[in-house]
Design a protein around this ligand. Sequence first.
Ligand code: AMP
Ligand code: MN
Ligand code: MN
Ligand code: MN
Length: 284
Amino acid sequence: MPIHYDLHSHSTASDGTLTPTALIQRAGKQGVDVLALTDHDVTDGLEEARRAADEIGLRLINGVEISVTWHGATVHIVGLNFDPANARLQAGLAELRKYRAWRGEEIARRLEKKGISGALEGAKAFCNGQILSRTHFARFLVAQGHAKDMRKVFGKFLTHNRPGYVAGEWAALADAVGWIRDAGGQAVIAHPARYRLSATRLRALITAFMECGGEVLEVASGSHSAGDVQGMAQYARRYELLVSQGSDYHGPEQSWLELGKMPSMPEGCIPVWTLWKTEQEAKS
Ligand code: AMP
Ligand code: MN
Ligand code: MN
Ligand code: MN
């Protein structure tokens, strides 16, 4: 049986709805052998996830999904298989969470001007205090009847040019990649087709990413279409990037996504895990 990898997922430590323990247990049931927990700008879920993973014999890869601003675009850089105790990485993530907290207040102020009060408290009621994400605002707004579902609420309030949107000032690309590498991990451009960059901009992003030591492109993502996967595989081969795959699972509410489920990887791609020793090899 081939080993089943899912290298992109979220827990209640960021904007997922399952606790790290529940996430690991579900991954096990879905036949995932190797899971990376990649919460947004925080690694606090890893410890609990590790205990749960050890219990059921699933291999957990330390992960994080770092918010980056690159030439005005928000880009997500996933870090895999790093040391979460690394001080530089943690200092960088702490800065991002400070910005997140301020941005949350700013989102609430802007919604208040549109007649929606109590959004900060409302959003916080949907998160466990680790990080405050637009997803938490979205859940609050849907619960209050301001939009029908999560997709609509983003389009109405939380994306570019909408009343609750705050243009990002996230980490610099070189910093995010640098922190991950400093902590001994691999940097991955997450769901590259989702940014809807022109071919020229995507090539520029990949070039800049590689110049600062990035090695991996997330080719097979739960949020990529079959065409996206083929297109991104071509970039990976052309630039000789390693590839990664992940569901980007956030919880059972997104019924179209499941742990361990993502499009299959096209031929001729070299997965990031070829760099990783198995636990047995590491011990011997
Ligand atoms: P933030 O990092 O706080 O700006 O929030 C970004 C998160 O919001 C992403 O990680 C997704 O989980 C979620 N998200 C972004 N856009 C959408 C959308 N159009 N529909 C549903 N969820 C979205
Ligand atoms: Mn998310
Ligand atoms: Mn993302
Ligand atoms: Mn994600």
